[in-house]
Design a protein around this ligand. Structure first.
Ligand SMILES: [Zn+2]
Length: 289
């Protein structure tokens, strides 16, 4: 399947504030650039694939296997150890803040590693996933997995906690996405969104070699200010930064600097702080003012 015919690209307005005032900040292989919005300072991919072309791209099972995942250049399952460690730490941070318990929904559950690590913390764990391979591998790790995105969750299902980790950078209409999440939240529920941190140390150190500059699939680049802004616009309250260090295999980081790390050493987890921004917000209780 050819991904790069001209008709498959669109030149979007700012995905957060719809402004067409932008300037180019990073230039990648043609036709991709990352621009910054002159109004709200949101960074986004410009141009981007049309949503239809992108959905066809995700439907290929090779998406997770062929180095296209948001996490690695070596495929998703190679990163299992690093991802599980990352999610275990996130669960601990959420439990400390009393955000766990009851029913959990994860949007974009990949191979189900987070849902499995969440088992001690929730009564029921449900996921959604676009990749057929991901659905198949997640199902044994969860109570239910729906094929697709948030719209695949039956309307009547409501949750105490909804997590979307490394998803909103893929989403074409971020505000609509959070509003859809809210429709599945019980009163007082917690919504946790995490995404590569455009304002983070790793991005600043690595410049345009930052591994999260993923074309074509990462269309939005948030930092704490822009992500908390869109969550607030969606009506979430009590927005809180959750420390979310991310483990990466050493080999992956070294490869970005053109270095090679031999064998076992390459699988060593390197904890990178402040490369991911995670924010928790609450859906107001009816009785709350
Ligand atoms: Zn904007």
């Amino acid at each position: 399947m050819a991904l790069t015919s001209d008709s498959e690209f669109e030149y979007p307005l700012c995905p957060v504030c719809s402004s067409d005032d932008r300037s180019t900040e990073f230039t990648f292989e043609k036709p991709y650039t990352v621009v910054v919005c002159g109004q709200c300072r949101m960074y986004y991919l410009y141009p981007r694939l049309t949503e239809l072309a992108m959905l066809r791209f995700y439907e290929q099972d090779s998406y997770f296997q062929g180095g296209q995942s948001g996490y690695s250049d070596t495929g998703y399952s190679d990163q299992e150890n690093a991802l599980r460690s990352t999610f275990r730490r996130l669960m601990k941070r959420l439990a400390e803040r009393k955000y766990t318990g009851g029913d959990l929904l994860e949007i974009g559950c990949g191979y189900g590693y987070l849902l499995e690590e969440a088992r001690p913390y929730f009564d029921r764990r449900v996921g959604t996933e676009f990749s057929g391979e991901g659905v198949r591998l997640s199902e044994p790790k969860a109570d239910a997995v729906f094929a697709g995105g948030i719209e695949a969750v039956p309307q009547e299902m409501k949750f105490d906690c909804i997590i979307a980790t490394q998803v909103i950078e893929h989403v074409y209409r971020p505000l609509d996405f959070i509003l859809q999440i809210r429709a599945h939240a019980k009163p007082g529920a917690t919504v946790v969104l995490s995404t590569p941190d455009m304002g983070g140390m790793l991005r600043k150190v690595m410049g345009s070699r930052w591994p999260s500059f993923k074309r074509p699939e990462h269309v939005n680049y948030f930092d704490f200010r822009t992500l908390s802004g869109v969550m607030r616009d969606a009506g979430l309250v009590g927005l809180t930064n959750i420390p979310h260090p991310h483990a990466f295999p050493l080999a992956l980081i070294a490869s970005k600097f053109g270095a090679r790390v031999p064998g076992v050493l390459g699988k060593t987890n390197i904890w990178v702080p402040a490369t991911t921004v995670a924010i928790a917000g609450s859906v107001k209780d009816e009785g709350q003012s």
